[in-house]
Design a protein around this ligand. Structure first.
Ligand SMILES: [Zn+2]
Ligand SMILES: [Zn+2]
Length: 102
């Protein structure tokens, strides 16, 4: 996936659930979290969050790190609001989950 492809995502509407295959969309709420993270919907949602954050950790502002998109709440899984997600580097993400040793 090139950067050009990711830039195109900026023009997609925030609601991306329609991008999911119809049968997958039906099942989106029933998926395990691990399965959910493999869906097209999550792929777009995650990449849109990274674009919004400017590919920067929203806690420590690191830019040269692998960045994760962390759910602040799972209440809207499958139809996340922008405020439900935060972009974190691996270290900040581990802190968020209380995995200080990792
Ligand atoms: Zn960080
Ligand atoms: Zn997380």
């Amino acid at each position: 996936m090139s950067d050009d492809d990711e830039t195109d995502l900026a023009y997609l509407p925030a609601e991306t659930a329609y991008l999911v295959e119809p049968d997958q969309r039906y099942d989106l709420w029933k998926l395990s979290y691990r399965e959910y993270l493999t869906t097209t919907h999550w792929d777009y949602t995650r990449r849109r969050a990274l674009l919004r954050a400017g590919r920067q950790c929203q806690r420590c502002e690191a830019t040269n790190q692998r960045l994760d998109v962390h759910h602040l709440t799972y209440d809207r899984l499958g139809r996340e609001a922008e405020r439900d997600l935060v972009v974190l580097c691996a270290a900040c993400h581990a802190m968020e989950h209380g995995l200080h040793a990792a």
